[in-house]
Design a protein around this ligand. Structure first.
Ligand code: S3P
Length: 416
């Protein structure tokens, strides 16, 4: 058995959300090719349709027409999507309309104080129970703000940038650690006045209509991570991934794996609308263990579930610390990773802000709870390739949140 083939993947989820959410700053037609096919991105599109934005969808091509947002007639449903909820609250607050935003059970338990507090400093009027969804936004004019973002979160940063574009005066932000910068790259390309200097960001209010776009979204590196992981840990594997987003703030996973002796080569690298894109080749590798600290985490935050499985096959003790944010994802991912890996024979110890894994572990059969978390379900679909025993995952429908094509793609490259 080996992972072999040449594949390209549906568009990056983070960029796909942004291509939709930035349309109200334009007028007329914007076109998005290779948009993420996941439910999360469709939640964003539906919310915008409910705010009067017009859009057509034909498979992976979306047209979205820029216009002013209008007050939605019903509450906006963000489903399971943290990016939809947090960015939408910022966009709506900056556009001075009334709206209520809600989500599913998991999203309703994720912290929103991180956006409520700074938005209220800017003058936003937000009503919520104990800072969780649902949030009611009452139209009010915002002021600029000087604000240190204390949690390493691109969702918080992007929420505040969107609000700042609609404020009366300039805003200045400082990030505690640099996070993914798709919002800054795309808005700057559209003509917004956003100045970035390392962790410092200045946002000037938009007085003009921004430029239209016709974008092909590069393949999602967070979806690619599952196949990169499979190819590294299944003997004789050799995989080529084409057209993968290679933004440095997103490929911490690849940088860390290379430090562990992973054979990952860049075949070709180019830029598309300010974003780096690459074709890469991955082959089976004898991996060493590694110690990860807080500074390593933001650029691989979504890849930590599959990283834990990979580390279980590396030689030695791997430590992940400074990853407390994992407790606030679609599930408490520290708990979901540790409990599930233990159930299939991996030696892992849970820490407050991470975990310690002893490798190489012999993966056995066992029962897995996905906690309705797409990245947990996909990680354990890959774990199945490491054993002839039965791994039973209680619910894998949640994979559709980010990557409906996951199982078909895996079948295509799994030469068992
Ligand atoms: C995202 C930011 C990250 C990431 C999420 C997508 C984004 O969340 O985990 O999947 O598109 O801005 P945080 O900003 O909460 O870390």
């Amino acid at each position: 058995m080996a992972i072999k083939g040449v594949i390209s993947l549906p568009g990056d989820k983070s960029i796909s959300h942004r291509t939709l959410l930035f349309s109200p700053f334009t007028r007329g037609k914007n076109i998005i090719h290779n948009i993420s096919t996941g439910l999360d991105v469709e939640s964003t599109r539906q919310c915008l349709l409910n705010c009067g934005i017009k859009s057509n969808k034909n498979k992976q091509i979306v047209e979205i027409f820029g216009s002013e947002l209008s007050e939605p007639k019903k509450p906006l449903d963000c489903g399971n999507s943290g990016t939809t909820a947090r960015l939408l609250v910022g966009l709506i607050a900056g556009n001075q309309i009334n709206a209520t935003i809600f989500g599913d059970k998991s999203l309703s338990s994720r912290p929103m104080n991180r956006i409520i507090k700074p938005l209220e400093h800017m003058g936003a009027k937000l009503v919520s129970k104990k800072s969780f969804l649902p949030i009611e936004i009452l139209s009010s004019k915002l002021n600029g703000i000087n604000y240190k973002i204390t949690v390493a979160s691109a969702q918080v940063k992007s929420c505040l940038i969107l609000a700042a574009l609609g404020a009366k005066s300039p805003s200045h932000f400082k990030e505690v650690l640099k996070t993914r910068d798709h919002t800054e790259i795309m808005l700057k390309n559209m003509g917004a006045e956003i100045l970035v200097n390392g962790k410092y960001i200045e946002v000037l209010p938009t007085k003009k209509i921004l430029k239209n776009y016709d974008i092909t979204v590069p393949g999602d590196p967070s979806s690619a991570a599952f196949f990169i992981g499979a190819a590294l840990i299944i003997p004789n594997s050799n995989l080529i991934l084409k057209n993968i987003l290679f933004n440095p703030s997103r490929i911490g996973f690849i940088r860390v794996l290379k430090r562990m002796n992973a054979q990952i080569q860049v075949i070709k690298k180019w830029k598309e609308l300010g974003e780096l894109v690459a074709d890469i080749q991955i082959s089976y590798s004898q991996l060493n263990s590694i110690d990860l600290k807080s500074k390593d985490i933001p650029a691989m935050i979504d890849e930590l579930p599959i990283f834990a499985l990979i580390a279980s096959q590396a030689d030695g003790i791997t430590t992940v610390k400074g990853a407390k944010e994992l407790r606030h994802k679609e599930s408490d991912r520290i708990k979901s990773i540790c409990n599930n890996l233990k159930n299939i024979g991996v030696k892992i110890i849970e820490l407050k802000d991470g975990f310690v894994i002893e490798g190489p572990s012999n993966v056995t059969g066992g029962k897995i709870k996905s906690f309705n978390d797409h990245r947990i379900a996909m990680t354990f679909e890959i774990a199945k390739l490491l054993t002839s025993e039965n791994i039973i995952i209680n619910n894998t429908d949640c994979i559709n949140i980010s990557f409906p094509e996951f199982k078909d793609t895996l079948n295509k490259i799994n030469n068992s």
